[in-house]
Design a protein around this ligand. Structure first.
Ligand SMILES: *Cc1c(COP(=O)(O)O)cnc(C)c1O
Length: 362
C-alpha cells in the first residue's frame, strides 16, 4: 500500500468548499450562499428534461451537435469552435489538463475563483497567484508574472467573489500583451448579469490563444444539472475534445440545456430581476455601513470593518434563517458574499441586517 502514491500536486489540493446549505434547527432556510437563481430552473428546460426521460436507455450524443448548434445560434458563434462539459468546471479542467503539466505555470489572481488553484494542482502544474488592485484584476501584475513556463492565465470576468468587472479595454490589453504560447481563459460564469459586456467573445473570435467559458448554473438556474461550455480557436477545441469523455453529458443534460439556451425570454426576465434587486441590496448595505463595490454579477460582496463585525452580521442573518457565504478563503475574512435574491428575499436580508444594526445601537 505504501508504494501507491498520488501524482504530483494531487495531495496539495484542499477540497473545494461549497456554500453552506443547512442551519441547525431552522426549516425556512433562505440559501444565499451559492449564487443560485431565485426563480429556479426555466420551465422550458424542466419540460424538455421530462420529455427526454423516454430515451434514458439510449446513449447520449457524443458530439453534442444539437446543443452546440443551439448555443451557436443563440450567441452568433461557430458551432465547431464550441465544447460542452459537466459544468464549466469541466471545461476549465479540459484546458488546464490539456495544456499544462508538471513544470508549467498557471496564473490566477489574488481573489480568483477557488477552483483555479485546484485545477492547477490537478494538472500537476505550478500555481502562480498574482495580486489584484483594489479587488480588481491587475493586468500589469499578470503581465509581469509571465515567464517562459507560463501556459495558462485563468480569470473570471465578472469575478467571484468580488463581483468586479475588468473593462473590455483592459481585457484586450491583457490578451494583446500575452506571449503567443500563453492561453487566456476568460471564465464567464456571470457574463449575463454584466449588462452590455459580451464576455470576451469578441476577443476569442479572432485570437489563437483565448478561450471563454460559460455555464448553465447561474442565469439558467441549472446548477444541479451540471452543464457548461467553452468557445475558443478550432485548434484548441480539437485538443480539448480528445480528452473529453465521449458521453460526458447525459440525454437529460443535453435536452434541458438545449431548451434553456433557446429560452432568451427567461434570461431577460432573470437579468431584469437581478439588476433591480442588486442595486437595492447594494444601496441598503452601504447605508447600513457595509462597504461594497458595484457588482456585475448575481451577488454582492459586503465588507465589514472587522472580522468580529462580519461574524455579528452573519449571526444576525443566520438567526433569521439566512445563509450567506463567508469568503475568508478568498482573502476577505471580513467579507460576506450575499446572493441577490428576489424582492421578498432581498427584503428579508435588509430587514435582518437593519434589526442587527438597531440592536447594536440600542
Ligand atoms: C459558479 C462559477 C462557475 C460555474 O461552475 P459550473 O461548473 O459551471 O457550475 C465557474 N466559475 C466561477 C467563477 C463561478 O463562480
Amino acid at each position: 500500500m505504501t508504494r501507491i502514491t498520488a501524482q504530483p500536486g494531487i495531495m496539495d489540493i484542499a477540497l473545494y468548499q461549497g456554500g453552506q446549505s443547512h442551519l441547525a434547527g431552522v426549516t425556512d432556510v433562505l440559501k444565499l450562499s451559492s449564487n443560485e437563481n431565485p426563480l429556479g430552473a426555466p420551465p422550458s428546460a424542466v419540460e424538455a428534461l421530462g420529455a427526454a426521460a423516454s430515451g434514458l436507455h439510449l446513449y447520449p450524443s457524443t458530439d453534442h451537435a444539437a446543443l452546440r448548434s443551439a448555443i451557436a445560434q443563440t450567441w452568433g458563434l461557430e458551432a465547431d469552435r464550441l465544447i460542452c462539459g459537466v459544468g464549466s468546471d469541466e471545461v476549465l479542467q479540459f484546458v488546464t489538463q490539456a495544456f499544462a503539466g508538471p513544470g508549467d505555470e498557471i496564473i490566477y489572481t489574488e481573489h480568483g475563483f477557488s477552483m483555479y488553484p485546484i485545477l492547477a494542482n490537478m494538472a500537476g502544474a505550478t500555481r502562480v497567484c498574482v495580486a489584484e488592485h483594489e479587488r480588481v484584476v491587475d493586468v500589469d501584475a499578470i503581465l509581469e508574472a509571465i515567464t517562459d513556463r507560463t501556459r495558462i492565465v485563468l480569470l473570471a470576468n465578472p469575478a467571484n467573489p468580488t463581483g468586479t468587472l475588468l473593462p473590455m479595454e483592459e481585457l484586450e490589453r491583457l490578451a494583446d500583451g500575452l506571449p503567443d504560447y500563453v492561453i487566456l481563459v476568460i471564465d464567464g460564469a456571470y457574463v449575463e448579469f454584466a449588462v452590455g459586456y459580451d464576455g470576451g467573445i469578441s476577443l476569442a473570435r479572432d485570437r489563437d490563444n483565448v478561450l471563454v467559458t460559460r455555464t448553465f448554473s447561474k442565469i439558467y438556474g441549472l446548477g444541479g444539472l451540471r452543464i457548461g461550455w467553452g468557445y475558443g480557436p478550432q485548434a484548441m477545441i480539437d485538443v480539448m475534445t480528445r480528452i473529453r469523455q465521449p458521453f460526458n453529458l447525459s440525454v437529460v443534460q443535453l435536452a434541458a440545456a438545449e431548451a434553456a439556451v433557446r429560452d432568451t425570454a427567461w434570461v431577460e426576465k432573470c437579468v431584469a430581476l437581478n439588476v433591480e434587486q442588486r442595486a437595492r441590496l447594494t444601496g441598503a448595505l452601504r447605508q447600513l455601513g457595509l462597504a461594497c463595490d458595484e457588482s456585475h454579477a448575481n451577488f454582492v460582496l459586503a465588507r465589514a470593518e472587522t472580522v468580529e463585525e462580519a461574524d455579528a452580521a452573519e449571526a444576525a442573518l443566520n438567526a433569521d434563517g439566512i445563509l450567506i457565504r463567508r469568503v475568508a478563503g478568498y482573502g476577505f475574512p471580513e467579507g460576506l458574499r450575499i446572493t441577490v435574491g428576489d424582492a421578498e428575499q432581498t427584503g428579508r436580508v435588509i430587514a435582518a441586517l437593519t434589526r442587527w444594526r438597531e440592536g447594536a445601537a440600542a
